[in-house]
Write a protein that binds this ligand. Structure first.
Ligand code: AN7
Length: 354
């Protein structure tokens, strides 16, 4: 028998569950914490581990909160759930809705969600609603619809989502056996950073851990609303997952930054793309571009002397590399041309390639 425990079972005592909450599961949580000594050396820190949230059932960290939000919606008798999304929330909502026998409607910023995420969401049978506007416009629309109609909101504005996401922190402590000095992650709607912070605090209060990490969050430079203190009208970045101009959990993220003596800063698209490549090339870990923003940010902070180079860090890799096949294809250029299936031809090929 598999040793796997559904997330809602493993961390039941730390989640707002009751006897009637259904144990929904697609195998979420218990994601690998991969030691990354080569990248640690390159960045210049003592230790680095990668929390591979890409290994969740729909390929992103969103499954931790979504499994709980959909279980709760089901328990409350909802028939239909809705969210606005840059892509990953929509895939997750679609999968768990299908599993629970609900209908999911997902509003996406038309033209700015990766094809892989849209195809995945449609495969799960969700109703896709591309909106003529950016994520922030889609979010405003979904808030209005779920206020006025009997449709359950499953965006991270629903606090249940962030409760589910606290489980990532428990797993880090359970796996490492200690609390890291810093946790770095990308910021889009700014929900994950305060969720992890809540998780670390709660685990300490329960006597499960000692000490707290600094929370280090990084926006993309073209949408660095929290860093600048103003919403960005026209957010831009190649990392479409975090292309958000007015983050939903802005205030919560600021509070977590301040309480943890952490940092919210930003990284440029070239910095994101370079770290995206390095994660795959140096450590063999393929994430989506947005996920690399956290590690790129750590590198920038260490170089600037704003993060301790003797520290032990965990980077949250929020989504899988295959989530953005379009950008991966652009990054590698042309796929090599076919070679004749003959020993001689391949020997020639080997001579010119090795
Ligand atoms: C890969 O799916 O907001 O700061 O609608 O997909 O907690 O929002 C996605 C966000 C980081 C940012 N990395 O996390 C959505 C959505 C990836 C993401 C983030 C997202 P938050």
């Amino acid at each position: 028998m598999s040793a796997y425990q559904p997330l809602l079972v493993r961390y039941r005592d730390f989640l707002p569950m009751d006897a009637e909450t259904p144990i929904l599961s697609l195998g979420e949580g218990s994601t690998p914490l991969v030691h990354a000594p080569n990248l640690a050396k390159q960045i210049g820190v003592a230790e680095l581990w990668l929390k591979c949230e890409s290994m969740n059932p729909t390929g992103s960290f969103k499954d931790r909160g979504m499994v709980l939000a959909v279980a709760k919606a089901k328990q409350a008798g909802a028939k239909c759930i809705m969210c606005a999304s840059t892509g990953n929330t929509s895939s997750s909502a679609a999968a768990y809705a299908r599993r629970a026998g609900l209908t999911a409607i997902v509003a996406l910023p038309a033209g700015n969600v990766s094809m892989s995420k849209m195809a995945q969401t449609l495969m799960y049978g969700a109703k896709l609603l591309p909106v003529d506007g950016n994520f922030d416009a889609a979010m405003r629309l979904v808030r209005e619809i779920t206020d006025k109609l009997p449709i359950a909101l499953v965006n991270s504005a629903n606090p249940i989502r962030l409760e589910g996401q606290t489980t990532g922190a428990y797993e880090i402590v359970d796996d490492l056996g200690f609390v890291p000095d810093g946790v770095c992650l990308p910021i889009g709607n700014a929900g994950n950073l305060p969720a992890y912070w809540t998780g670390f605090k709660r685990y300490q209060e329960a006597g499960k851990s000692k000490g707290l990490p600094r929370m280090l969050g990084f926006e993309a430079e073209g949408c660095n609303a929290i860093m600048r203190g103003v919403p960005i009208e026209n957010p831009e970045t190649i990392a479409t997952a975090i292309r958000v101009g007015n983050p939903v959990s802005w205030k919560k993220a600021e509070a977590a930054r301040d309480e943890s003596k952490g940092i919210i800063d930003c990284v440029s698209d070239p910095e994101i793309l370079a770290m995206w490549r390095d994660l795959a090339n140096v450590e063999g870990v393929f994430c989506e571009p947005a996920s690399a923003a956290g590690v790129a940010g750590l590198k920038k902070m260490v170089a600037a002397g704003r993060s301790d180079k003797n520290g032990k860090y965990v980077a949250i890799l929020t989504g899988h590399g295959l989530k953005d096949a379009d950008n991966a294809k652009k990054a590698v250029g042309e796929v090599p041309a076919a070679v004749k299936a003959e020993f001689g031809a391949v020997r020639g090929w080997l001579e010119s390639h090795l």
